[in-house]
Every structure is written in structure tokens, then in C-alpha cells.
Write a protein that binds this ligand. Structure first.
Ligand code: FES
Length: 108
């Protein structure tokens, strides 16, 4: 996919994995996430947005998505975006778009 070193703290980049647009995100703590790149509110690339704490914020209307679960935290976004399993092996980032992260583990 890419080298982890290509991901800057607090930044998102767009990559295509098996034809699926993915926003690769590294939060300010250095944790990495792979979310579907399409905002659930409209046809906008989330990787062009902003990493704000534990969220990825869409630049178009300010909808925010939790990085670990993809759930929409603020309107006008109300539907979640997918979160894909991400692994880092020897400094390289791998994303599996054939399955989704079990977000139940993150929901209290
Ligand atoms: S297009 Fe993302 S919040 Fe509207």
C-alpha cells in the first residue's frame, strides 16, 4: 500500500486498494486507520479533509467520522463510513478491503 513513513501525523492520504478508495489516516498519537474515502453525506473525498483528534472531518460541510468505528459524529453526516483492517509489517501499511473492522469492540 505505502510505507508507514509516508503518513504524517494528523494527516490523511487517498489510496486505491483493489479498486476501493481508502483514506489512510494517522492521528496525532501515531495510530493508523483505513476508512472508506467517500463521505456518507455526499460525493466528497474524506482524505481531503482534516484529522481532528479521533475524527476525520469532511471539508465540505464539517461532518465528522470517528476513526476507529467510522460512525458519523456530527451532522450533516448521519451514516457511517466503512473502516477496514489495517496492519503494518516491517514499516509497510496493508489494508484489507474485503472485510470490515469489528466496530462492536469499540462501542461501549
Ligand atoms: S459532503 Fe461530507 S459532510 Fe457533506
Amino acid at each position: 500500500m505505502c510505507a508507514e513513513s509516508e503518513l504524517e501525523l494528523g494527516e490523511a492520504i487517498k489510496v486505491i486498494v483493489d479498486g476501493v478508495a481508502v483514506a489512510l489516516v494517522k492521528d496525532s498519537a501515531g495510530n493508523c486507520f483505513a476508512l472508506g474515502d467517500m463521505c456518507s453525506h455526499a460525493d466528497i473525498s474524506l482524505s481531503e479533509g482534516f484529522v481532528e483528534g479521533d475524527d476525520l472531518e469532511c471539508w465540505a460541510h464539517g461532518g465528522r467520522f470517528e476513526l476507529s468505528t467510522g460512525r458519523a459524529r456530527t451532522l450533516p453526516a448521519s451514516e457511517p463510513v466503512p473502516v477496514y483492517p489495517l496492519t503494518i509489517v516491517d514499516g509497510d501499511v496493508y489494508v484489507d478491503v474485503t472485510t470490515l473492522v469489528d466496530v462492536a469492540a469499540y462501542v461501549a
